[in-house]
Design a protein around this ligand. Structure first.
Ligand SMILES: NC(=O)c1ccc[n+]([C@@H]2O[C@H](COP(=O)([O-])OP(=O)(O)OC[C@H]3O[C@@H](n4cnc5c(N)ncnc54)[C@H](O)[C@@H]3O)[C@@H](O)[C@H]2O)c1
Length: 263
């Protein structure tokens, strides 16, 4: 993709799933990387894999819900590579629970990891990206940030905030030549979704809900992140790009196929 070669990027939540797939995709595009996660072993292993394949990559242990750790991450990236062009705010956690029984501490944790982290990352990174002459921020929101789900209260609220924060960031920093977009994945098989997808019969329900007839893969989200971070997306900012196999295009009305005489 245009304009990624030689760029310097931070990826949070890089040790697994969508973050790891994006690290591999960025590395293949020639991006120099700082991978950040609380999962050290998997993150270091991924760094080794990328370096062995000829990429420049570092791993930094970082809890994105801690302001000082995020500031240290950005400082370390700039110190190591001399600049910063791309920030992929991807780390996230999910939780289930209806409001009356949801522990306020769990609510706060979901907000800290999914939302505050995006603010911390952007706050620390924007001055450096501006100084580098511009670049791109990509946030991981979700289709669950655009619509509601049963029992996903805190996650829906946090991702909804990420989706709208993406728009305000894009407005505030367009003149700094910083484009800010978000990816909104539908169901993707990763560590985050294993429990939900392994419930009896659940995978069949996902397949039925997705017009393309399957759940997504992390590399399909990574491809969209790479596009949004690249110069191929040079006129796109403030966008929440839905990548869900068509899951959210449906009004929810039952099928009229009998009327159409084709089934
Ligand atoms: N998998 C899906 O269906 C799906 C759908 C929509 C959005 N998302 C979002 O995609 C992003 C990536 O999730 P994934 O599906 O790849 O799951 P994943 O669990 O495989 O990856 C999430 C990564 O974030 C890391 N992480 C968690 N808390 C952290 C913290 N405090 N500090 C630093 N790192 C932390 C984890 O260690 C893990 O490596 C998340 O923001 C998630 O909400 C996922």
């Amino acid at each position: 993709m245009k304009g990624l070669e030689g760029r310097i990027a931070i990826i949070t939540g890089a040790s697994s799933g969508i973050g790891a797939a994006t690290a591999r995709r960025f590395a293949a595009e020639g991006v120099r990387l700082v991978l950040a996660d609380i999962e050290e072993e998997a993150g270091r292993k991924l760094r080794e894999e990328l370096c062995e394949a000829g990429s420049e990559a570092e791993f930094q242990l970082c809890d994105v819900s801690e302001l000082e750790e995020v500031e240290a991450l950005v400082a370390a990236a700039v110190e190591r590579f001399g600049a910063l062009h791309i920030l992929f705010n991807n780390a996230g956690v999910g939780t289930y629970g209806k409001t009356p029984k949801l522990d306020p501490e769990i609510w706060q944790r979901v907000m800290h990891v999914n939302l505050d982290s995006v603010f911390y990352g952007c706050r620390a990174a924007i001055p450096h990206i501006r100084e580098a002459g511009g670049g791109a921020i990509v946030n991981t929101a979700s289709v669950s940030g655009l619509f509601g789900d049963f029992g996903l209260t805190a996650y829906n609220a946090a991702k909804g905030a990420v989706a709208n924060y993406t728009r305000s960031l894009a407005l505030d920093h367009a003149r700094d030549k910083i484009r800010v977009n978000a990816v909104c994945p539908g169901p993707v098989e990763t560590g985050l979704t294993t429990a939900a997808m392994n419930l009896p019969g659940q995978m069949d329900r996902f397949r039925a809900a997705v017009p393309l007839g399957r759940v997504g893969r992390s590399d399909e989200i990574a491809a969209a992140v790479a596009f949004l971070a690249s110069e191929d997306a040079s006129f796109i900012t403030g966008e929440n790009l839905v990548i869900d196999g068509g899951m959210t295009i449906h009004t929810g009305q039952p099928s009229y196929s009998a009327l159409l005489n084709d089934e």
